[in-house]
Write a protein that binds this ligand. Structure first.
Ligand SMILES: [Zn+2]
Length: 47
């Protein structure tokens, strides 16, 4: 990740990362930002 990434860049990075990986490293601030945008973080079928 870029050291000086803005929140928007962090959000985009986490969305792309979650889709390709599915790990649970998404911070609360990013999840809240997604919720504010009406975006549901992708989940693995086993969750
Ligand atoms: Zn990951």
């Amino acid at each position: 990740m870029l050291r000086n990434a803005t929140l928007e860049e962090r959000i985009a990075w986490h969305i792309a990362h979650a889709q390709g990986c599915g790990c649970r490293n998404m911070p609360e601030i990013v999840k809240r930002a997604l919720a504010e945008r009406g975006i549901e973080p992708s989940r693995r079928p086993t969750d």
